[in-house]
Write a protein that binds this ligand. Structure first.
Ligand code: ZN
Length: 257
């Protein structure tokens, strides 16, 4: 009896663990282990670099995120690397870059990635007047929605947002929570805004991930060094036993209005 209860209890702790889907042409791919639905009601803000909490991840589970794209020289290489390993990620896009590269944004969507928002032009919002800051957020969302779904609106299909430079303030966090938009920080980052070789970036991020054990990982798909090291990075995650979690919005918000 005790044994049965303990098995049930253990199962309850890991409700969504499933084998990764097969990856065509690459049986040893890293793959995407599971999908995690993220809801602003239960997790309005995630990522320990900025907030007290993060996503409910098991040990060795990682969520991969890429900011500031899409960018023509680098994002297609990032997408190629993810596709070859059947890994799904989340892109926090700039409206300005989506307007310039709408076909790349639509490729991200078609390949199953989640598309969050990151303002129109990347200003630091924390010292702006709240109405002006929110208008910048909404301009980005509207541009992203138009390129992806043909509707220029500020009610995002994927209600995920990341502040440029993590520069948030209480008023904006409250406002986004009221709009049921999840604010993503990060747990681990590659510091890929600093100049370094792909090999240096690979060693830096793997060391940080090994120390953190799990979490939301931040890259920039606009950085050539990140695009260059990504194939080796994904191979090494597989070798070290990490598993990829794909975050999606809870519910069916995109089809309901
Ligand atoms: Zn950014």
């Amino acid at each position: 009896m005790i044994r049965i209860i303990s098995i049930v209890a253990a199962a309850a702790l890991i409700p969504m663990v499933a084998a990764a889907e097969p990856c065509p042409g690459h049986p040893d791919a890293l793959g995407t282990e599971r999908v995690l639905a993220v809801d602003a009601k239960s997790t309005p803000r995630v990522g320990r670099k900025s907030f007290p909490d993060t996503l409910p991840l098991q040990r060795k589970e990682l969520v991969l995120t890429f900011d500031d794209g899409p960018w023509s020289g680098t994002t297609p290489k990032v997408l190629d690397a993810l596709k070859s390993e059947c890994v799904r990620a989340t892109f926090f896009q700039l409206g300005r870059n989506v307007a310039t590269n709408p076909a790349i944004a639509r490729r991200e969507l078609a390949e199953g990635h989640s598309l969050g928002h990151h303002t129109f032009s990347h200003p630091l919002l924390d010292h702006m007047a709240p109405a002006k800051a929110e208008a910048e957020i909404d301009r980005g969302i509207a541009e992203d929605e138009f390129a992806l779904y043909g509707r220029r609106r500020n009610d995002p299909t994927t209600p995920f947002f990341r502040f440029p430079g993590f520069a948030s303030n209480r008023a904006l966090l409250d406002r986004l929570q009221a709009r049921h938009i999840v604010v993503f920080g990060a747990d681990v980052w590659a510091s890929d805004w600093l100049p370094m070789s792909p090999a240096q970036e690979l060693q830096l991020i793997l060391g940080r991930i090994d120390r953190a054990g799990s979490g939301i990982v931040l890259f920039h798909d606009t950085k050539a060094q990140t695009a260059a090291m990504l194939p080796a990075f994904l191979r090494e995650l597989k070798r070290r036993g990490y598993r990829i979690v794909h975050v999606v919005p809870a519910g069916n918000r995109g089809n309901s209005n």
